[in-house]
Design a protein around this ligand. Structure first.
Ligand SMILES: *[C@@H]1O[C@H](CO)[C@@H](O)[C@H](O)[C@H]1NC(C)=O
Ligand SMILES: *[C@@H]1O[C@H](CO)[C@@H](O)[C@H](O)[C@H]1NC(C)=O
Length: 495
């Protein structure tokens, strides 16, 4: 009798699980082969005797796993229909299973998150990681646990909190457009400037003696109203190399032409067409970008609008080089014809000196700067940024850094909480106006924070081959530049 009950329970249990294979179970049954293993549940629970394996009263932990669920071996399962293990009756009670229990339907393993319950196998996204509801490794509870991936994310709520509650001098924020992004993808899609190679880094810069007293505060937007172009958004494409290049070129062209030309130059053209030894949305070299700006030049943004922020790829070059030279260009954006091509003179490097960089911005406008983006920079909101190193105890992938380039448009002084002056550079990023302080950020000045002062570049504009020069000093400086170039071939690597 007892044996027959066990067989029947096995069959009941096998049917839904094995489908057509149940025919084999039937076959086994008719051959009277004793099938013990699959029907033993309560009897296989850890414990010496049945009173350890079968529990009195209600005990939610008193279970045994069946496939992706569990069944119960406590006396309470007698009351709530369908969740007793198939051998409960026989093994724990020494009785035949009553007929209403012929279809055991064990309850599902569930996982909790924020007070909600999720069934076995549910996949949830937590920031840049995914978590799956799995049965717990011992298989002894109906409560499963979440098994999660462990990628480093761009936004770390605990660091946002620490930065905002402690005295780092800056505030951080949670950005919807960066939420869920892995740090390695932040580096890949939000930055995009190659670290200046040894040849470029060795390039000697112009030395200027700065004797004059420089102001405490300077903002190119106040000095040249309406001539500094708005913050741009590179989207999900590592093209800061193109944005910082056309950004600085646009501002300087406008300043040096006294507002006569006020077009935003097209980063898309640089990105799509300057492809030799460049990596498109996966980064580019600034020296090669300036080479293209000098040799070919670009049209304005309205003529060749930016599209790679969505597509994540640089796309084909839509203007022919020959058309650029004959200045008969069909605009990829709207099909209009244009003759306006904006090129630049050779760029020049400014010495890695705080005062020389200040002087250059004061005289000639925004400069291009390369710096190292550390893992906490993405979370910047306002204040004067400096590296916090909050991830110092995490594995190296949580401290992944990348190179980026931006426009420095000015400088200033903030007061720390203790009342000390804190010097900063005022920079325009290319992550749109939602990020940071309306798209801008301040970074510690004078200490080469994240190498921001190491590689700074300036340039003059050219429209259709004619140089746009501002004043005598600028001309003198350009002559000086040509002179040292000839003598020492110093800029050979850059231009
Ligand atoms: C449990 O099952 C047995 C046998 O079917 C029955 O006599 C008993 O009343 C049931 N209920 C409880 C609460 O034990
Ligand atoms: C951050 O923003 C995302 C998207 O808006 C949101 O889902 C998430 O809960 C926020 N995280 C914190 C810690 O506020």
């Amino acid at each position: 009798m007892a044996r027959g009950g066990r067989m029947a329970s096995l069959l009941q249990f096998c049917l839904p699980h094995f489908g057509v294979k149940s025919i084999w179970a039937l076959l086994f049954l008719t051959l009277s082969i004793p099938l013990l293993v699959e029907s033993r549940h309560c009897s296989r629970r850890p414990g010496q005797k049945y009173w350890d394996q079968c529990c009195e009263g209600r005990d939610d932990e008193c279970t045994y796993p069946i496939a992706d669920t569990v069944c119960y071996c406590d006396a309470f399962c007698n009351r709530t229909i369908h969740d007793c293990c198939p051998d409960f009756w026989e093994y724990c009670r020494g009785e035949t299973r009553p007929p209403e229990y012929t279809t055991p339907r064990p309850i599902q393993v569930i996982c909790q998150d924020n007070g909600d319950y999720y069934k076995y196998g549910t996949v949830l996204k937590r920031n840049c990681n995914t978590c799956t509801c799995v049965s717990d490794p011992m298989g002894s509870s109906k409560y499963g646990s979440w098994s999660c991936t462990n990628f480093a994310c761009v936004l770390r709520p605990e660091h946002i909190n620490t930065v905002n509650t402690q005295n780092y001098g800056w505030q951080s924020s949670n950005y919807t457009f960066l939420w869920g992004l892995k740090l390695k993808d932040g580096k890949k899609y939000r930055l995009g400037t190659m670290e200046p190679g040894p040849s470029v880094a060795r390039m000697t810069s112009l030395r200027v003696h700065v004797n004059e007293i420089l102001p405490d505060f300077f903002d190119a937007r106040s000095r040249w109203p309406g001539m500094i172009h708005p913050v741009q958004d590179q989207g999900n494409c590592g093209a800061s190399w193109a944005f910082s290049t056309t950004g600085v070129a646009s501002d300087r062209l406008t300043i040096h032409s006294h507002g006569g030309i006020n077009d935003m130059l097209s980063p898309q053209q640089l990105l799509s067409c300057n492809s030799k030894n460049q990596f498109g949305c996966e980064g580019g070299h600034l020296d090669r970008a300036w080479w293209y700006m000098r040799k070919t030049g670009v049209v304005e943004e309205n003529c060749y609008p930016y599209s790679s922020g969505q597509s994540k790829i640089k796309g084909n070059c839509m203007v022919r080089r020959s058309a650029m030279h004959t200045r008969n260009i069909r605009c990829p954006g709207n099909g209009r014809m244009t003759k306006s091509v904006y090129a630049s003179t050779p760029p020049y490097r400014i010495a890695p000196s705080e005062r020389e960089i200040m002087k250059e911005i004061l005289d000639n406008g925004p400069v291009q700067a390369t710096f190292e983006v550390k893992e906490d920079f993405y979370m910047y909101k306002d204040g004067v940024y400096r590296y916090t190193n909050l991830a110092r105890n995490d594995p190296p992938e949580f401290r992944d850094t990348g190179y980026h380039s931006v426009k420095i448009i000015g400088w200033g002084l903030d007061l720390s909480k203790a009342g000390e002056p804190v010097k900063y550079w005022l920079c325009a990023n290319s992550w749109g106006p939602e990020w940071g302080d309306d798209g801008y950020f301040k970074i510690l000045r004078g200490t080469n924070e994240c190498k921001i002062e190491s590689f700074v570049v300036g340039v003059w504009g050219k429209v259709n081959g004619k140089q746009v020069l501002k004043n005598r000093r600028t001309k003198r400086r350009l002559r000086h530049l040509r002179h040292i170039r000839k003598r020492y071939r110093l800029l050979r690597h850059l231009i």
